[in-house]
Design a protein around this ligand. Structure first.
Ligand SMILES: [Zn+2]
Length: 764
């Protein structure tokens, strides 16, 4: 096969995979519907709901079981707004929750038209949001999962034969009509034309309002009709009782469909015969053609004519019915997005007029097209800037039909960081010490927060008590809450005071936060400048670099931060990395703890100075006073006297022989580490260990030097124990907190150089 033929042949094959556009008789449509009623009987709100539900994952509550939870949860919007998008939109956790709440309430509250206005400052990404949303909706609505049907009339000439004359228009004449008719009607007309030519003797009229085929069953008998159609099952019960299906019974078809139905009924005298001329085809969405989705930009000129018609089709309809008054094929631009989405990108320019045009549609659900009343049921969406809010004044009486959803700048740390990563590449993190990227985001977000937060101050009366971890305006704490985290450094009392009511108050403040400060666009530029000017080969970017950048290069920005914010951020960082190190050191000892305790339990039963192989650990022990004293100091803490130690040893040995060994190990066959004595010693050990975990940093000069020499060959010259300790620390920092070995070393040096173990050691 020649390449051209092959290519064309393949084209044919690909086409077959796409959904068929061909109309099916109403009878067949009802069969389709019976297969999956809930999917077939959907309005635009339900499809919108299904789109979001199919692409947004999550709803994850990180604090499951928290009785005060307000279900402020994590949603993953990547598939909806990021993946496959040329221009991704990032929803922070706050907006994601607001949006999901809106989506949840949509299908139920859809009896009345409503406009949803997404209001955000310049550079908050609201246009990108709406654009991506519409793109996804279009894609979804044109697939099987999002498909709905619309009405097409095929007026059968034979059946109507006695009532009409043969149409006289010749094919050539029709082609001429075609060329004159408005662009958007060509497709429909072509269909009518080609079907006439293929010898089928019918006139096809497509409902310009995309009416659901079920609506053509007259309203007063629709309930009975569906009652006959469905078994008495759960689906029927749902359909007949649930609020989201009310539209099935309450909506009338458009005036064109109504008049076609009536004209046919008058001639055929049988609803059954009328419905034989009703067909259904998939409702195809085409944003660029304005079918199903109409998007207007402020600069788009208004149409010259407020009504649309199709003269050629009108002529043929008139011919068919031999009456020019029965069916008037006239509709407005709103019809094209009926049962679809009508969107305004910004309330400026001509879009201001478009907004005002919506007044009647929002209040009455109808508007006039010449002298005909057209009903419109659409999802109305718009984005606007805060300064355009006054344009809503005339909708004041319709306040329940206007819903404003705020879209402030990103306020959650994770999302802000995700933006840097997506913009500058996934490997970005490899250039930073852990937490530094997040702290850059914290600085940016701080410029966006209002300084005073009544909600935070009502919760925490004395912010000063958290000065080691938080700024005095509690912004760092607020950001954690916005990001869905409750810090562990909160006192038990304050943790308990974080009731559902207080959480709601804090989250509600996010609507007024994020209206100022570094915008989304600026933050990318800012980050770019920071990254390019601070990245040095072979060195990870740390907090000192970050602080230098802001205090030296961006003094202007520092001014807009609350007083002492950067210092607080640094203290918070110091605290956090010390926590990492404590954890890393602590976990290292876990294995050792077990060995130490088992060796001790075994050794105290022998004479001093003997050598024994421990039956629990298999280690060869030289049992000396020193050996026992060392373990005892770990069990009892520093500063215990030799007498105290001896008493403790005697006591332990008695319990061991009288109960642990005889009763638990020999009689009950328990493993030694499952005995009560072991557990008690273990918790003593852990307690003291946690108290002293930073000891090597405080008191062991060799340990500190070994860390600094970690990547040099001289590291090998250190005592084996110190080498092991340092190695373990670094490996744990890597495994548990994502440090690179180099990053782990750097952060340890940072702790040493700033003497942080001393500074914070006591208060941790
Ligand atoms: Zn219609």
């Amino acid at each position: 096969m020649a390449p051209i033929d092959q290519a064309l042949h393949h084209l044919n094959k690909h086409m077959k995979g796409e959904q068929s556009q061909a109309p099916i008789p109403f009878h067949d449509f009802l069969q389709e519907m019976a297969k999956d009623p809930l999917c077939t009987i959907r309005n635009v709100f339900m499809v919108f709901h299904d789109l979001v539900k199919s692409l947004v994952e999550g709803g994850v509550d990180e604090y499951q079981g928290d009785p005060e939870s307000i279900h402020y949860v994590h949603w993953d919007f990547n598939r909806l707004f990021v993946t496959d998008s040329d221009n991704p939109f990032f929803a922070d956790r706050l907006f994601a929750n607001r949006f999901m709440h809106l989506v949840e309430t949509l299908p139920r509250g859809s009896r009345q038209n409503k406009i949803y206005l997404f209001e955000g400052p310049h550079g908050s990404g609201k246009s990108t949001f709406l654009y991506n949303l519409l793109l996804q909706f279009e894609k979804f609505a044109n697939t099987g999962a999002g498909c709905r049907y619309e009405s097409v009339w095929r007026l059968d000439r034979k059946a109507l034969d006695s009532l009409m004359q043969q149409e006289t228009l010749a094919g050539v004449e029709r082609l001429l009509d075609l060329l004159d008719s408005p662009e958007t009607d060509k497709v429909d007309l072509l269909k009518a034309h080609s079907s006439l030519h293929s010898g089928e003797d019918f006139l096809e009229i497509v409902c310009p309002s995309h009416d659901h085929p079920l609506l053509q069953v007259p309203k007063n008998v629709r309930r009975n009709f569906l009652d006959d159609l469905f078994k008495n099952d759960e689906i029927k019960w749902k359909l007949f009782t649930e609020k989201e299906y009310e539209w099935v019974f309450s909506t009338s078809p458009c005036t064109i469909c109504t008049s076609i139905y009536q004209a046919l009924l008058a001639r055929l005298q049988s609803p059954e015969k009328v419905l034989e001329m009703l067909y259904a085809r998939p409702y195809r969405f085409n944003r660029r053609m304005g079918e199903g989705i109409s998007v207007f930009n402020p600069g788009d000129m208004p149409l010259k004519k407020s009504s649309l018609s199709n003269e050629a089709l009108q002529n043929r309809i008139d011919n068919l019915f031999q009456d020019s008054n029965v069916v008037r094929y006239i509709y407005s631009q709103f019809a094209k997005s009926n049962n679809g989405i009508y969107a305004l990108m910004d309330l400026k320019g001509h879009n201001t007029d478009r907004l005002y045009q919506l007044h009647n549609i929002l209040s009455e659900g109808v508007h006039k097209v010449e002298d005909i009343e057209e009903s419109v049921n659409s999802l109305f969406l718009a984005v606007m800037n805060p300064e355009d809010k006054e344009k809503l004044d005339q909708f004041r009486s319709l306040s329940d039909r206007v819903e404003v959803i705020t879209m402030p700048y990103i306020l959650d740390i994770n999302t802000e960081v995700q933006i840097y990563q997506t913009t500058f590449g996934r490997h970005l993190e490899a250039h930073f010490l852990p937490r530094v990227l997040q702290n850059f985001a914290r600085v940016v977000i701080s410029t966006r927060l209002n300084q005073n937060s009544p909600a935070m101050l009502e919760w925490i009366h004395d912010p000063a008590k958290y000065r080691l971890y938080c700024d005095s305006y509690l912004q760092l704490l607020k950001m954690e809450i916005y990001s869905g985290r409750i810090p562990t450094w909160l006192s038990d009392e304050d943790r308990q005071r974080l009731t559902a009511k207080r959480r709601r108050r804090i989250i509600d403040e996010a609507v007024t936060d994020g209206q100022q400060g570094v915008s989304g666009r600026e933050s990318i530029n800012l980050f770019n400048d920071f990254f390019t000017s601070c990245a040095v080969e072979d060195r990870l970017i740390g907090m000192d670099t970050l602080k230098d950048y802001f205090t030296k290069k961006r003094k202007d920005l520092v001014k807009s931060l609350p007083e002492g914010f950067l210092d607080a951020l640094l203290r918070n960082y110091d605290y956090s990395v010390l926590q990492d190190i404590k954890e890393a050191l602590y976990y290292y000892n876990e294995d050792q703890i077990q060995k130490d305790i088992l060796n001790y339990l075994f050794a105290i039963n022998f004479e001093m100075g003997t050598r024994q192989v421990c039956q629990f650990t298999g280690e060869n022990l030289q049992i000396t006073e020193n050996f026992l004293a060392e373990i005892e100091s770990r069990l009892l803490g520093p500063g215990t006297t030799p007498d105290q130690r001896k008493a403790f040893r005697l006591d332990t040995q008695k319990t061991y022989t009288a109960h642990t060994l005889t009763q638990e190990i020999l009689l009950e066959e328990r493993a030694p580490e499952e005995t009560a004595l072991f557990r008690s010693l273990h918790s003593r050990y852990v307690h003291n260990l946690k108290e002293r975990v930073l000891e090597p940093f405080l008191r062991n000069e060799n340990f500190r030097r070994a860390i600094k020499d970690y990547s040099r060959s001289s590291f090998k010259t250190y005592d084996k124990k110190i080498q092991d300790d340092v190695q373990f620390l670094i490996e744990n920092l890597r495994d548990k907190f994502g440090y690179t070995p180099k990053g782990a070393q750097e952060v340890c040096i940072y702790i040493i150089d700033n003497n942080l173990a001393h500074k914070y050691g006591q208060s941790l």
